[in-house]
Design a protein around this ligand. Sequence first.
Ligand code: SAM
Length: 297
Amino acid sequence: AMNYRHAFHAGNFADVLKHSVLALCLEHLNAKPKPYRVIDTHAGIGGYDLASSEAERSPEWKDGIGRLIDADLPEPVQAMLGPWLDIVREMNPDGIKAYPGSPEIAARLIREEDRVHLCELHEADSVTLDNRYRRDARIKVERRDGYKALKSLVPPKEKRGLVLIDPPFEDRDELAHMAEAVMGALAKWPTGTFIFWRSLKNLWAADRFDNGLAEWLISEKDFEPEKILRADLWIRDLASEGKLAGAGVVIINPPFTLEETLVNAMPWLAETLAQGNGYGWRVDGGLTEDDLDEGEG
Ligand code: SAM
């Protein structure tokens, strides 16, 4: 069943981390003139109305983007959030009403020669998405299973670019599906930048995914540990009951400055977005062999 509606969650703390990292990776790709491609396997509807009934029933955005849009950002935080916040502000000249999904962030950051490929399996959502971008020749929308599509979409002919994998986590086996899709795609396109979003309901399961992927990349694919970065943020104690308390991204082939940018901003960000005791963050650049040993111990 496809029950997940991102409109309930759009602009929450997890989107803040995911979308700011996405914008930073796209800015990095923009530093070179050669065209690139963005592949978004679970694209959603592209943009969210924060006054919609879903957003009003579950105003998670108020404690995410809502706490940041008018905040006075310290310089290291500006370095992390700036490219993403510029887009949100550009869409909202008169107070915050709209929130950009990952397709909209890509649409606003790519250049004339770059391309975006969006997969969305939900029938009505894929129509909404297609209507939104039908006049933009740079952007292609497909109603298709993003995991299955990924294998045939990489490597893109541009040979440069980024894949975002942002599934709904409705399914208990989502991490296993993701790992499988990812390994297939990375084997075909080892130089692409990959961003995986994953929830942090269970530290052990998240670590198992991160370490399993890192171990495979390092031992089977000769990856340098620096090519694997993860960033997690939790807004209250991870063991607390209720709504999602933590989430993060794993980035393969990140821009080399990303780790430092995140490390410098996360203390302020975690404190600013906190919703209770026990909030925190971690950024691990290069899951090293030591980390892997720990994970296995
Ligand atoms: N990436 C979007 C963003 O950042 O704005 C949000 C995506 S939302 C977390 C996940 C989306 O995946 C939902 O819109 C859902 O309908 C869609 N979906 C679920 N299973 C899918 C699949 N197998 N292939 C493609 N899309 C899928």
